[in-house]
Design a protein around this ligand. Structure first.
Ligand code: ATP
Ligand code: MG
Length: 221
């Protein structure tokens, strides 16, 4: 373990900027923790809070489970989409926080007949950031797919002929509509979960437990 976290009083929380950070702030407030710098304007990647023993790491959404798994952060908040791709190894996932709610869906270009393509057993080219989720979904349906891994802007892929379909998270559908795409199949509901490093849960239980309880109470409102 690094000197950075050798002190068992110290708690490190991993969050991603944007939606998850914003939606986690009220939960932290419920636990008496106020983040005293704004990640959108600060260049700091380690943010202080009003509690000298609690600090917040700002990392990419997909990196949150990795920091928590390896104990570089004691706990974090990550989407179910991200957790399914990560696999959840070394992570305790006690609470669905009901924040950043959306769904994982299949979308195609307007005019592409997805149902017929599936019925006729066509081989589909599917572009996605969520290859494990997509693989499992199409395997269960018995649809043969060529998966194309992307890291963002999935909506572009069907428009330029890179793929027939995409698997992506959708909330309002506005981005799909703006790009001449339509949602053809919902795969699963997505929300963000609290994740805790399994060793930290044992070693720092006294510090963590009241925060987990406050998060649980506040997320049910
Ligand atoms: P990055 O922008 O760093 O590539 P990202 O796009 O995965 O990462 P965010 O856009 O901050 O990061 O999304 C974080 C989480 O919020 C996602 O993992 C997902 O669970 C959820 N999410 C994504 N899009 C939406 C949406 N439109 N509405 C609600 N929740 C969403
Ligand atoms: Mg994003």
């Amino acid at each position: 373990m690094s000197a950075f976290q050798a002190d068992s009083q110290q708690l490190i929380l991993a969050l991603s900027k944007g939606r998850i950070f914003e939606d986690t702030l009220p939960l932290l407030e419920a636990a008496g923790i106020t983040v005293t710098e704004n990640p959108e304007t600060s260049r700091k990647l380690i943010l202080p809070t009003n509690d000298p023993n609690v600090r917040v790491l700002i990392v990419r959404a997909t990196d949150v489970p990795t920091y928590v798994q390896h104990g570089a952060a004691d706990f974090g908040v990550a989407g179910k989409d991200v957790l399914l791709e990560h696999g959840g190894e070394g992570l305790y996932q006690p609470i669905d926080l009901h924040i950043a709610e959306c769904r994982m869906s299949v979308a195609v270009r307007n005019g592409f007949d997805y149902e017929t393509a599936v019925r006729q057993g066509a081989r589909l080219r599917v572009a996605t950031k969520f290859v494990e989720t997509a693989r499992a979904h199409f395997a269960k349906k018995g649809v043969h797919v060529d998966l194309i891994k992307l890291y963002g802007s999935m909506e572009l892929a069907p428009l330029v002929g890179l793929s027939d379909a995409i698997v992506d998270v959708v909330s309002t559908g506005n981005t799909l509509r703006a790009n001449d795409l339509k949602e053809v199949e919902a795969i699963m509901d997505i929300s963000s979960r609290l994740i805790v490093n399994q060793a930290a849960l044992k070693m720092k239980r006294e510090r963590l437990q009241p925060i987990l309880e406050a998060f649980e109470r506040a997320s049910k409102k």
